[in-house]
Ligand binder design. Sequence first.
Ligand SMILES: Cc1ncc(COP(=O)(O)O)c(C=O)c1O
Length: 332
Amino acid sequence: MIDLRSDTVTRPTPGMLAAMASAELGDDVLGDDPTVKALEARAAALAGKEAAIFTPSGTMANLIAICVSTRKGDEVLQEAGAHPFNYEAAGAGAVAGVQIRPLAADRGILDPATVEAAIRADNDHFAPATLLCVEDTSNRGGGSVYPLERLDALTALAERRGLRTHLDGARAMNAVVKSGVPLERRARGFDTVSFCFSKGLGAPVGSVLCGSGADMHRARRVRKMLGGGMRQSGVLAAACLYALDHHVDRLADDHRRADQLAAGLAALGYATDPHETNLLYVQIANAPEAQDRLADRGIACIAVAPDRIRLVTHLDVDDAGIEAALAAFAAL
Ligand SMILES: Cc1ncc(COP(=O)(O)O)c(C=O)c1O
């Protein structure tokens, strides 16, 4: 099976498994796992923040960020396709006690004017907006990459209006590789930034949340409350460190293969949504049925809407896999 459902499906490489097997371990809840500490220090430096915490998932990193930057009854502004609003089991409402206000955005890229218009007046009737979340790359936006000026404009607006800011960088390294702009610069105006190792970077588990020392001190307690304190988690952190060493630059291959898929599909008469990185949405009638027929031909994908199939390129899909996927679409 060529698995194009998600970039989360990758299996650890032999090199990554060897790094995991030889990791120096401690008990991270007791604060003495050296490999986790090394990963957190490296992630904080990459993001240009004082500190970082290792989390089991991007979902938990986002939820902790929301908990740290809001109080119950607050409103969190984010794009309508954003992950917390759509795919995080209402954790922001259920756990952080906030209301998410979804905002329309072209290809998932928020416009400062839309954000500003959504900030309600100071009035007893209204939930105060206290946090702006930005997703880069935007998953439902087709892997779109925020222009740097847009990130800066959004964080400047938030600062002017007294909102805190969180960058959901689940695929931040795809944005870094595509834009050529380091994470430290892309995340500069944000209070917190998360990124995932278990997507294009190919680790089996793990994300980080980065921010100020004071915010990460609070974040550590929230992580514990959520059950995200892990013990010999250096075995996982070793995979993440390995991914930073070996799997960042190669994300360009995934982007190239998504381009090849889009071009090949266009030649077959299929329309695709605009794409920039490794996520490609194909417009197709009766997507669930097409998903089944593609599976019969050895191609796994996800029908994300009645008329859309998502194809995701990643570490475990090579050029032959792209050819096989195109042959399966040709035979539909
Ligand atoms: C943009 C974005 N944020 C957060 C997440 C959550 O990551 P996890 O699956 O590790 O909880 C995802 C997962 O696909 C995502 O695409």
